[in-house]
Design a protein. Structure first.
Length: 53
């Protein structure tokens, strides 16, 4: 039985950089935390440090 799961995705936003707006370095970030990652800030902070956030 897993204690929790954490997911962070970062994607380059092509429609903002190639069309109309032409904004460089447009990134979209999404995250989801469940279980221990949601309940315990120390575990969440350790995860974020490990992935460089």
């Amino acid at each position: 039985e897993p204690s929790g799961v954490a997911v962070v995705t970062e994607a380059y936003h092509l429609c903002m950089s190639m069309r109309g707006v032409e904004k460089q370095n447009a990134f979209a970030t999404a995250s989801a935390m469940r279980g221990i990652f949601l309940k315990d800030y120390r575990t969440r902070d350790e995860f974020m440090q490990l992935i460089g956030r």
